[in-house]
Ligand binder design. Structure first.
Ligand SMILES: Cc1cc2nc3c(=O)[nH]c(=O)nc-3n(C[C@H](O)[C@H](O)[C@H](O)COP(=O)(O)O)c2cc1C
Length: 170
C-alpha cells in the first residue's frame, strides 16, 4: 500500500456490500489492522480492540445484530472494532474508534478489497448483540462491524464537494 494509493482511496472508496466467494489473504488483514492502529487517539490512549471474524456461523450471527447488517453474512471476513474501559479519556473512545474505522475503510480500498461500516454504537441493543456473539469481556464494548472481501462490483464514487458548506471567515 503506497501513500498515493491511500490518498486515491479517499476519492475511490464506496460502500461495498456484495463480495466474491473468495477468502481475504491474512497479510491483507494485517495491513488493514496496521492502518487502523496508526490512527490518532485522544492522549494516545489506544483503547481499541479488533476482532477478526472468519467463522461463517459468527458472520451470520453478526449479520443479525442490526436491521442493516445483513451483508455481513456474505462476507468472508469481518473486522469488529471495539473499545476497552480504562483509557485516560473515555469520553473520546467513540471518536477514536471512528477515526480507526475510516483508516480500515481506506486501507481496504487501497488493497483492492471492499467493505462498509455497519452502524452498531451508540445503540446499546446492537452493541450488546455484537458483544454477545463475540463473547467480549464485560469491559469491552462493540463499536462497529466491517464485513471485508473482494468486491463483486465497484461503483464510482460521487463528487460530494459542496461549496455552500464552506464558510470563509476573514
Ligand atoms: C456511521 C455509519 C454507519 C453506517 N451504517 C450502515 C449500516 O448499518 N448498514 C449499511 O449497509 N451501511 C451503513 N453505512 C454506510 C452508509 O450508508 C454509506 O457510507 C453512505 O450511504 C455513503 O455511501 P458510500 O460509503 O458509498 O460513499 C454507514 C456509514 C457510516 C459512516
Amino acid at each position: 500500500m503506497k501513500t498515493n494509493e491511500t490518498q486515491n482511496a479517499i476519492f475511490h472508496r464506496t460502500s461495498i456490500r456484495q463480495f466474491e466467494d473468495r477468502a481475504v489473504e491474512p497479510e491483507k488483514i494485517e495491513q488493514i489492522l496496521r492502518a487502523a492502529m496508526q490512527a490518532p487517539t485522544a492522549g494516545n490512549q489506544q483503547s481499541w480492540e479488533f476482532y477478526v471474524v472468519t467463522n461463517s456461523d459468527k458472520l451470520e450471527q453478526l449479520s443479525k445484530t442490526s436491521p442493516y447488517a445483513g451483508c455481513a453474512a456474505n462476507a468472508p471476513t469481518a473486522i469488529v472494532v471495539a473499545y476497552k474501559d480504562g483509557g485516560i479519556f473515555p469520553d473520546y473512545n467513540d471518536i477514536d474508534c471512528a477515526i480507526a474505522a475510516e483508516h480500515i475503510w481506506l486501507a481496504a480500498d487501497a488493497l483492492g478489497l471492499g467493505t462498509v461500516m455497519l452502524g452498531i454504537a451508540p445503540l446499546q441493543e446492537r452493541m450488546q448483540a455484537v458483544e454477545q456473539v463475540l463473547e467480549m469481556p464485560s469491559d469491552v464494548h462493540a463499536f462497529t462491524i466491517f464485513p471485508i472481501g473482494y468486491p463483486e462490483k465497484v461503483n464510482s464514487q460521487q463528487n460530494r464537494y459542496d461549496e455552500s458548506k464552506v464558510h470563509f471567515v476573514k
